[in-house]
Write a protein of this length. Structure first.
Length: 270
């Protein structure tokens, strides 16, 4: 079952973009993270992008760096991340879960073994931030063998000639990073998003999602007019950071924010 394709097809039929919610696995601890993931999934997230905590998260801004530090300090490991996925999959059998990770974590565990274990736990796709498609043959082969979808990034600085190579390596969706730099809440969305999405779509039939710097409903709505999906991370992670030690208040805030962001994905009917 291709849960990712089904999520995008369902959103298209409802004239809206897919809401991709990012949280770091194990932040601030296993039980609170499980409650947080359930909260966003119950309140409109179409895809859960689950960050695998890493000690050197190069693509992440301070908010997500601190989330990874909290998770690691609480004892989160690769095995515990997979256990978190299994627990979530039991509650949400149809919702896609995509890993947001770094290649060192995959390579250190053995590429084929890591992909096999992730898929068995219920992971649908994987975005490996620091692995370019030119160096991804081993991961691509393992992903094909085990039915794991691949996600690759296009950035504002990506030369046009590289876009076909990137899109050819992806099987799940394309992630357009809307601005240079790292993740984080921004006051305004980046310019040129509709044009960038159109450039990418000329090279692939896969959905294109847009992330980085998108943090509130109005921004989501602007991006949803041209993109197939919208990714929000730091604004959700902040709900955890601001309510550490109070899981009830944390999940209540997450439900409110996630519900509002999901509503922003609705497009006006023509």
């Amino acid at each position: 079952m291709d849960r990712i394709a089904q999520a995008f097809a369902r959103a298209r039929s409802q004239n809206r973009a897919v809401f991709v919610a990012y949280l770091c696995a194990g932040d601030p601890d296993f039980d609170a993270s499980l409650a947080a993931c359930r909260a966003v999934l119950d309140c409109g997230a179409d895809i859960l992008e689950l960050g695998v905590p890493f000690s050197d998260p190069l693509a992440d801004g301070l908010t997500n760096q601190l989330a990874a530090q909290r998770a690691l300090a609480a004892g989160m490991t690769s095995a515990r991340v997979l256990e978190l996925v299994r627990r979530l999959r039991a509650d949400h059998p149809d919702t896609p879960i995509v890993f947001y990770t770094y290649y060192n974590l995959v390579f250190a565990n053995g590429v084929e073994a890591y992909v096999r274990a992730a898929r068995a736990a219920g992971v649908d796709g994987m975005l490996t931030l620091d692995l370019p498609p030119e160096e991804a043959d081993e991961l691509l082969a393992a992903s094909r063998a085990h039915g794991l979808k691949t996600v690759f990034i296009v950035a504002p600085t990506t030369p046009a000639r590289r876009i076909p190579k990137i899109t050819a390596a992806a099987t799940g969706f394309i992630y357009y990073v809307s601005r240079e730099g790292v993740t984080g809440v921004r006051g305004e969305i980046a310019g040129g998003i509709p044009e960038a999405v159109e450039r990418i779509k000329r090279c692939t039939s896969l959905p294109v999602v847009v992330g980085f710097g998108i943090s509130h409903r109005d921004q989501v709505n602007q991006v949803a007019r041209s993109a197939d999906g919208v990714v929000v991370g730091s604004a959700l992670v902040n709900c955890l950071k601001e309510n550490l030690g109070d899981v009830g208040r944390m999940t209540a805030r997450l439900r409110a924010v996630a519900g509002d962001l999901a509503a922003g994905c609705r497009r006006q009917k023509s």
